[in-house]
Design a protein around this ligand. Structure first.
Ligand SMILES: [Zn+2]
Ligand SMILES: [Zn+2]
Ligand SMILES: [Zn+2]
Ligand SMILES: [Zn+2]
Length: 359
């Protein structure tokens, strides 16, 4: 394996795309909308796609199509809770990550490349049924084992989503002549706005040494003025103060280094570098080796990609009150890339909050 320093980093950007390009047949990387499931076997059910804190159904956040040696098709999916109350500090139980893979020869997709033109208009509407027959929730696009008991034509993952759809639309439509496929689905306000994620390699300057900066090389000059001005008020001894100032400056330095690294492409929402290192924005809450649990197969997990705070700008979650928030979402996946062909393997996400936001 190559050393981390020479790994190419792929940057991801959001881009408007025609809806058909974001469906399963096209193997998209995308954010928002409903998940474009890859394999149909083992799609996680409602009990797997629920918030570890409040228990409500999670919303689809994004998926990254990332084939690798041994996996012709391979997609990583991230879900997150819509309730801002679940997103405090470094809390990560409100996120779920799944990995799924398919060989080139499979029952769902053609062996050749995906079609490069839109399907007939009649097939372009959102489908709430997988090819294999399983029905999906009309609100969130996850498995929908619950059927409307009156018309038996629409499905939901949960009672919460059934009620959501009932109030907005279904109570007006629910009868025998209702055409579930022909009716435009209601806008429930549950999904995030849908965009394609396109990637391009990061261009690095020759003076990029700053990113591999030495955190311990700060001199006392860096900190002396700040120490003098605050000595009297704080009544701390000089050593203590020096240590504090040094800590602060390290923190500033890593944040400045983060900003510098993304300054050439400030719109990046994703950094993909399998087996590389995350770009942290703070010294606080960086995982130790033991903080990253092993995969269920027993292999260790390695870093694969990180979601950047810039993605929040596209999610329409801003409000004057608290909202969904993060600094870095670092995704770690099975280093052995163990079999995920008949099921969706849960992977691991580490959340680093923006410094000062920890509550
Ligand atoms: Zn929640
Ligand atoms: Zn649902
Ligand atoms: Zn009904
Ligand atoms: Zn594994």
């Amino acid at each position: 394996m190559m050393a981390a320093s020479v790994k190419v980093i792929e940057l991801g950007f959001v881009q408007e795309a025609e809806s058909w390009r974001l469906r399963s047949l096209q193997f998209p990387s995308k954010t928002g909308g409903r998940p474009a499931w890859l394999g149909e076997a083992g799609v996680p059910g409602p009990e797997a796609v629920q918030c570890g804190l409040c228990g409500k159904p999670l919303a689809f956040l994004l998926q990254v199509y990332a084939p690798c040696t041994g996996s012709f098709h391979r997609t990583i999916f991230i879900f997150c809770c819509r309730d801002p109350q679940c997103h405090h500090g470094a809390e990560r139980r409100c996120f779920k990550v799944f990995r799924n893979q398919l060989p080139r020869k499979n029952d769902t997709y053609s062996y050749g490349p995906p079609p490069d033109s839109p399907p007939p208009a009649s097939e372009d509407s959102i489908s709430f049924q997988l090819k294999c027959g399983l029905r999906l929730c009309r609100v969130c696009g996850c498995l929908g084992p619950k059927t409307c008991s009156k018309c038996h034509k629409v499905n939901y993952c949960s009672r919460i989503h059934q009620l959501m759809d009932w109030k907005l639309q279904h109570k007006h439509l629910c009868n025998e002549s209702f055409d579930a496929q022909g009716v435009q689905v209601a806008v429930h306000g549950f999904l995030f706005p849908e965009y394609e994620i396109v990637t391009e390699p990061e261009e690095t300057d020759s003076d990029d040494d700053s990113t591999g900066m030495e955190l311990d090389t700060l001199t006392s000059e860096d900190t002396s003025s700040c120490i003098e001005s605050s000595l009297d008020e704080l009544k701390l001894d000089e050593n203590e103060l020096s240590a504090m100032a040094k800590q602060e400056t390290k923190e500033d330095k890593i944040f400045n280094s983060f900003k510098k690294r993304i300054s050439s492409e400030p719109e990046q929402v994703l950094r993909y570098c399998k087996g590389g290192d995350p770009l942290w924005l703070s010294l606080q809450h960086i995982p130790e080796k033991d903080d990253i649990p092993k995969c269920a197969c027993g292999a260790k997990r390695m870093f694969e990609f990180q979601v950047m705070p810039q993605l929040l700008n596209h999610l329409k979650v801003d409000s004057l009150e608290e909202s969904i928030d993060w600094g870095i979402l670092a995704v770690y996946t099975c280093a052995a890339n163990c079999n995920a062909e008949k099921h969706y393997v849960e992977e691991f996400l580490w959340k680093q909050d923006v410094p000062g936001n920890t509550m």
